[in-house]
Ligand binder design. Structure first.
Ligand SMILES: [Zn+2]
Length: 502
């Protein structure tokens, strides 16, 4: 391309929309965290993100970057919200296309899209974004990165030149996938690569808790993807198990193969990986224990010395669920912590009326709705109060600094700890426990509100990771408890075709 430097536009519009919540997602949820222009580059540099992957590759090759926008509601703390409004979608989609129209000629576009956006009135939002981008840049290549919680179908791969998806859950390869996409873009522009691809769906909808990438059955599938990537003309083979908590027509697993001028081979790869996934279909819905039997089993494990045990209550992202806490109390377990009891009212009451060292009786949790369980009465000594500030120490987001809002830790005796917080806490690693004075090595049971992300750190600490399927508002394991209207009737195992109740 000698002479003038190559120019690549970068844009990101990401969401993982849980469509079973009440409030729609408007631009107010996105706007505080939106980055524009060079802020997109500055805020991502050095972080484990797709965009930093783009930056690393493009800068090393002396390519001029043209950053447009990064819109992601998870950059702003706030309540979980449902369907994105059409107005909100239009706003950011138009900012991308306007940015492309105003920035002069570009040689290609890299888009980080996540892939699980659900928009009222726009059935396949990511495909729509790519089609609009294409209409701005003509035959210039447009390449896309996705989270593996992406719900997509062939409309996306028909529109984009190449699509690349994470292979890790917990997600630790975002930067790597960003670099893969950027390298593929440069090879394509240099005429050394001709992207051809295929996307196929095996017809599976899978709860998040079954999607851990380093464990059977997903590991089996990713191993097959990696095997295919050893074949000469195969550039990247992805399997996105999808985001099940969205009532959308393209929900569920997708397999995507990007090949070098070999469309037939791309199809063959997809067929093979889809057949493997289908053969494993029942492994993705093995029933999990409910809170009562689950906690009883955990206590048996502890009694046998199989400890510490991490309980993963995957359904509760509000942070107010009391099902596990209640069972730990009723069944008289000791040496445990429940470090994520989000209860704004209780937290403010503690801050206003109590001091370190006070013994208090207080009702916590159970405020969001019926699935949260009833509030639980606890009595304990306040051993920590404050707004902890610390640095994450595990494989996910290592080095990121956290400043929490007000948090209190109550010791209920027998080394039993409940951490009451103003807003939902995340416990990706031990730093969130140490910051409130919990001695992790003294615990038998660590009861987390998480599905898979915690495993990047806690699998190295815990003897057993023990998922329990408590009721909740998000990401429950048994999808037959959710009411879908838009998913394909033959999707396994909860489409109409497979339901015993017809
Ligand atoms: Zn994800």
């Amino acid at each position: 391309m000698g002479g003038t430097a190559m120019r690549i536009a970068i844009a990101s519009f990401e969401d993982e929309t849980m469509t079973f919540m009440n409030e729609p997602t408007t631009e107010q949820r996105f706007e505080p965290g939106v980055r524009r222009g060079w802020d997109v580059i500055d805020k991502n540099r050095g972080l484990p993100t797709y965009i930093n992957g783009f930056i690393q590759v493009l800068e090393a090759e002396g390519v001029e970057m043209v950053p447009i926008i990064e819109a992601n509601k998870f950059n702003t703390p706030g309540p979980f919200s449902s369907w994105i409004t059409a107005e909100c979608f239009e706003k950011y989609a138009c900012e991308i296309t306007n940015g492309l129209k105003c920035c002069g000629n570009v040689d290609g576009v890299l888009l980080a899209l996540h892939g699980a956006m659900a928009v009222s009135g726009v059935p396949k939002p990511e495909a729509e974004i790519v089609r609009r981008v294409k209409s701005c840049v003509g035959d210039k290549p447009v390449m896309v990165t996705l989270d593996l919680h992406a719900n997509e179908d062939h409309e996306l791969t028909d529109a984009a030149d190449a699509v690349f998806v994470l292979k890790t859950y917990p997600h630790v390869d975002s930067e790597q996938i960003g670099s893969t996409a950027a390298k593929c873009m440069l090879d394509t522009l240099h005429g050394q690569f001709k992207p051809t691809q295929s996307l196929m769906k095996p017809g599976l909808i899978i709860a998040s808790i079954y999607q851990a990438s380093e464990h059977y059955p997903m590991k089996h599938i990713y191993d097959r993807c990696r095997e295919w990537e050893q074949v000469d003309a195969v550039r990247c083979v992805s399997c996105a198990p999808g985001f099940a908590y969205a009532d959308v027509p393209d929900v569920g697993m997708s397999v995507i193969a990007v090949t070098n001028d070999a469309p037939e081979l791309a199809r063959e790869v997809c067929e093979d990986v889809c057949a493997l996934a289908w053969s494993l279909r029942d492994e993705f819905s093995t029933p999990l224990p409910e809170p009562r039997e689950g906690v009883a089993e955990v206590m048996q494990l502890v009694a046998r010395g199989e400890k510490p045990v991490v309980i993963a209550d995957g359904a509760d992202r509000i942070g107010d669920s009391t099902h596990i806490l209640r069972e730990l109390l009723l069944q008289r377990a000791s040496n445990w912590c429940v470090p994520q009891m989000a209860d704004c009212e209780a937290s403010r009451m503690l801050e206003a009326n109590h001091h370190l060292g006070d013994t208090v009786s207080i009702r916590v949790g159970g405020w969001y709705g019926e699935h949260s369980g009833k509030p639980v009465e606890i009595t304990g000594k306040i051993e920590f109060m404050g707004r902890p500030r610390y640095t994450l120490n595990g494989p996910m987001n290592r080095g990121m600094s956290i400043q929490e809002r007000f948090v209190s830790r109550l010791n209920l005796g027998q080394n039993r700890h409940v951490v009451v917080s103003e807003t939902t806490r995340s416990v990706l690693d031990s730093s969130a426990l140490e910051a409130v004075g919990i001695d992790v090595s003294s615990l038998d049971i660590i009861a987390l509100k998480s599905r898979v992300h915690h495993r990047a750190f806690w699998d190295n600490v815990a003897k057993v990771n023990f998922p329990i399927d408590a009721p909740g508002y998000r990401e429950i394991a048994d999808l037959s408890n959710l009411e879908y209207n838009n998913i394909p009737s033959d999707i396994y195992p909860i489409g109409r075709k497979w339901r015993k109740d017809g």
